[in-house]
Design a protein around this ligand. Structure first.
Ligand code: GLV
Ligand code: MN
Ligand code: MN
Length: 402
């Protein structure tokens, strides 16, 4: 497993020690091809669906078993990401299948190691898992996070057809469940010295694009008084958003993750600013409250600079609850291995949130050194990786016993 993990990490490797594999980039497509080739050469059936999800399948030897237990995660990364986010879950899934294959274990379901398309949201976010769950809508493809042009070009690069993406939907009655091993991406397990996290729920999130329109002007001749500087308004908006969430919504998070001003020169007062806003909470009603508070604050801040704002919603993910039965099975598996566990909610988004709507889903977390993620220095001790993979394997056995 380690050899495979390390080999995969060379695809899209960055000088900083991480990987950069944004959806449908050459490195992402190469990583997916590597995975499929590896699965095939190990004797698994290869499968690519209409949404580009890549799978290796171990058929069940039990006569009459028609369902499949999905084990997976994603091989795309954020730009300048780490080696573990997503890749760990796919590699561990592959090796769980290989372990059962080698042992010749008879299971009451087929096993499928699956790499979901565009989890990170370079283009849409949870594209492949939502398509499989039947939750993808044509509207989500019209104004996606990464922009419509990038989506159209990416689908073409990957050989996918937009109108067929929806065909990736699977009938829930064919699914036995979904399990995902992932790094925690936060500091709680490390802090509490716990080996395995058992995920109970995944936060919901909403994202918005904001365009601030002020007035461009000569940086030397436009008096400071009366300027309608879109960059200054953007700065106020960013600080206002932070203050609002910290003061009024403790436990929730809000981020302005992208800021661009135009025309963008030393000697021009910026006339336009484009911001990407995202906020997250485990509670749907709190998301409503944050949305109202944010929008009110944004308007107040831009007004004070005589700048106009246009806000457009981009994506909306509901908080999701993972299956308590799956959590029990994960805990039994960890206990049998003598590993310590803790139940926790995930502040990061995962394919499991899409799957949870249609099939019993569970997630296993392993500790992240320093809680760091979405960064090249992302690291999980190899011993913890092995623990996580063994818990995944043991959970499959627990489910097979039912
Ligand atoms: C994906 O990792 C996300 O939580 O945005
Ligand atoms: Mn991930
Ligand atoms: Mn991620």
């Amino acid at each position: 497993m380690r050899a495979d993990f390390d080999e995969l990490a060379t695809i899209g490797a960055t000088p900083e020690g991480g990987v950069s594999r944004p959806t449908f980039s050459a490195s992402h497509i190469a990583a997916r091809k590597w995975f499929l080739d590896r699965a095939k050469s190990a004797g698994l059936d290869a499968r690519v669906d209409a949404a580009g999800n890549h799978s290796g399948v171990l058929q069940s030897r039990s006569p009459g078993s028609k369902r499949v237990l999905l084990l997976g995660s994603h091989l795309d990364s954020v730009p300048g990401g780490g080696r573990f986010d997503g890749a760990l879950g796919v590699i561990a899934a592959l090796h769980v299948l290989l372990a059962f294959k080698q042992a010749g274990t008879e299971l009451p379901f087929a096993l499928e190691a699956i790499d979901f398309t565009d989890e990170e949201g370079t283009l849409v976010g949870l594209l492949g898992s939502n398509a499989l769950a039947g939750a993808l809508t044509p509207e989500q493809l019209q104004s996606p996070r990464g922009g419509r042009d990038a989506l159209v070009a990416g689908l073409q690069e990957a050989g996918l057809r937009e109108e067929l993406l929806f065909d990736a939907r699977r009938d829930p009655s064919t699914l036995a469940g979904y399990l995902e091993l992932h790094i925690e991406q936060g500091p709680r397990l490390e802090h509490d010295k716990v080996q395995i996290g058992v995920v109970t729920s995944i936060v919901g999130s909403r994202s918005f694009r904001m365009v601030l329109r002020g007035g461009a002007g000569h940086a030397g001749t436009t008096p400071m008084a009366g300027r309608r500087d879109a960059a200054v308004a953007a700065a106020r908006v960013i600080l206002g958003i932070r203050e609002t969430v910290v003061r009024d919504f403790p436990g929730s998070v809000a981020t302005v993750g992208d800021v661009r001003v135009e025309p963008g020169a030393f000697n021009v007062v910026p006339g336009l600013a484009r911001l990407a806003l995202e906020f997250r909470s485990a509670d749907e009603r709190e998301l409503d409250a944050i949305e109202s508070a944010m929008l009110a604050r944004v308007r107040a801040e831009v007004d004070s600079e005589a700048v106009e704002v246009e806000v457009s919603p981009v994506a909306r993910w509901q908080p999701s609850h993972l299956d308590p039965g799956m959590a029990d099975a994960i805990e039994r598996s960890a206990a049998a291995l003598g590993l310590t566990t803790k139940r926790l909610a995930s502040g990061a988004g995962h394919d499991a949130q899409a799957l949870a709507a249609v099939t019993p889903s569970g997630m296993i977390f392993v500790p992240s050194v320093g809680g760091v993620s979405h960064d090249p220095s992302e690291l999980t001790a190899w011993e913890d990786v092995v623990n996580g993979a063994n818990v995944l394997l043991g959970t499959v056995r627990e489910l097979a016993r039912r």
